[in-house]
Design a protein around this ligand. Structure first.
Ligand SMILES: Cc1cc2nc3c(=O)[nH]c(=O)nc-3n(C[C@H](O)[C@H](O)[C@H](O)COP(=O)(O)OP(=O)(O)OC[C@H]3O[C@@H](n4cnc5c(N)ncnc54)[C@H](O)[C@@H]3O)c2cc1C
Length: 390
């Protein structure tokens, strides 16, 4: 059990100040690095269930054998030592004293500043969801998907995603395209493609719209070219072991891969944290949480002002975490927060041995056609990114 820790809330002595970071994902780790760079003497407590980092973007390659879980689940002991942080193996469960005290499964922890970076949670309301494999669940479900792909001799594989009706930005469709194209191409290379029907279903008439019109056109064209059955504008309603039921009827499926919409973590319910319509923590353009002093949020846990297409992506999580950490350090120095994040979508939609590059900023939207180099760029990016934490 974590002992009750009280550090003297609101201390003026800078050398005794402590910040709590919740989580050990993209946003949390970037926040830690940024805090350490800008405030070398700061005490940093990290509350996260395990001292490990899961690199989700690489999990798309687990089902087809391109990655093993150990390649993507990075132990953080060495990184934490290097950064001089104290890891509390626990989950956040509540917040009191205007953000100065975090309740955890192992006790309470006081802070002089707080950065919440505990990611999102997936909506689990759909009946029969247990019959689908959820790619948001980390490496375990991806190994199960690999097993099922090897077991199946033929049949129908359904791939789908949906959003959060209360907050359109709280969805993640990109990886579903990657699984779809990746598995299609892998089956083709194995000479088994003709034994499978691949079906793509989603409530959107134009899937992947946040990637931009050109990307939607390109993705749909590519799906048709690969002989994938499209069920667009069909809202998923329930799953069974062998079928998918949508607003337009039901179809048989031997294997279902489904990415549900996102919402905020359950522990937010027992806190004064302000919430967006979709249940995330409402932030301002400086990643500050309204109404609570020196409390920040970064990454999938938050809802941030920006254009409608602003993605919930690791890259945005990094940008927000850097802004949050810099603003918090500035506040300790008596400087008002001024760091923001650039709304930027950078996405390589991987297709097993090729990839499609999509970029979107306030200035424009570009889609570069499928090319082997983008697949290799995605792999190189992973290697380079993970070097920071090994
Ligand atoms: C299959 C897949 C593929 C993806 N591909 C890409 C891609 O190619 N490019 C891209 O940019 N993005 C991609 N994403 C999205 C990206 O992974 C997320 O946007 C990113 O992980 C968000 O970072 P985060 O730090 O906010 O949350 P997370 O990375 O989810 O980290 C959350 C952390 O908080 C911890 N935590 C959770 N609850 C608690 C609690 N109560 N208390 C303490 N700690 C807690 C978790 O253990 C975890 O360490 C992909 C996602 C998936 C699922």
């Amino acid at each position: 059990m974590l002992d009750f820790v009280h550090m003297g809330i609101g201390r003026t002595d800078p050398s005794s100040r402590r910040v709590t970071v919740v989580g050990s994902g993209f946003a949390a780790l970037t926040a830690i690095r940024t805090l350490r760079r800008h405030a070398p003497g700061l005490g940093i407590d990290v509350v996260a269930p395990r001292a490990e980092f899961v690199y989700y973007p690489g999990t798309i390659w687990i089902p087809t054998g391109g990655r093993e879980p150990d390649d993507l689940v990075i132990p953080l002991g060495r990184f934490f030592d290097r950064m001089g942080v104290t890891h509390h193996p626990a989950e956040a469960t509540g917040l009191s004293e205007d953000g100065r005290r975090l309740a955890t499964t192992a006790g309470e922890l006081a802070n002089d500043g707080l950065i919440i970076a505990c990611g999102g949670r997936f909506l689990d309301r759909l009946p029969g969801l247990e019959h689908a494999i959820l790619p948001c669940g980390g490496t375990g479900p991806m190994l199960r998907l690999r097993e099922r792909l090897h077991e199946l001799d033929g049949g129908t594989i359904a791939f789908g995603f949906s959003g959060n009706p209360e907050e359109p930005s709280a969805m993640r469709g990109g990886p579903v395209f990657e699984f779809l194209f990746g598995i299609e191409r892998w089956l083709r290379k194995q000479g088994r493609r003709d034994r499978f029907e691949l079906v793509f279903f989603t409530p959107a008439e134009k899937p992947g719209q946040r990637l931009g019109e050109k990307a939607v056109e390109r993705l749909v064209r590519e799906m048709r070219r690969c002989g994938i059955t499209l069920r667009l504008g069909e809202k998923p309603q329930r799953f069974s072991e062998r079928s998918v039921e949508t607003s337009a009827g039901s179809f048989d499926a031997d294997l279902i891969l489904f990415m549900p919409g996102m919402t905020g973590n359950a522990w937010f319910d027992d806190t004064p944290l302000p919430r967006s319509p979709g249940g995330m923590i409402q932030a301002d353009a400086h990643c500050r949480v309204a109404g609570l002093e020196r409390v920040y949020v970064a990454g999938d846990a938050g809802s941030f002002p920006g254009p409608g297409w602003m993605p919930k992506q690791a890259h945005m999580a990094d940008l927000q975490a850097a802004a949050a950490a810099r603003n918090l350090v500035a506040e300790f120095d008596g400087v008002p927060p001024r760091h923001g994040y650039k709304a930027e979508l950078m996405c390589i939609v991987d297709m097993h041995d090729r990839g499609l590059l999509v970029t979107r900023t306030e200035k424009g939207n570009r889609v570069l056609p499928p090319f082997r180099g983008w697949h290799w760029a995605k792999r190189l990016f992973e290697w380079n990114y993970l070097r920071n934490y090994r």
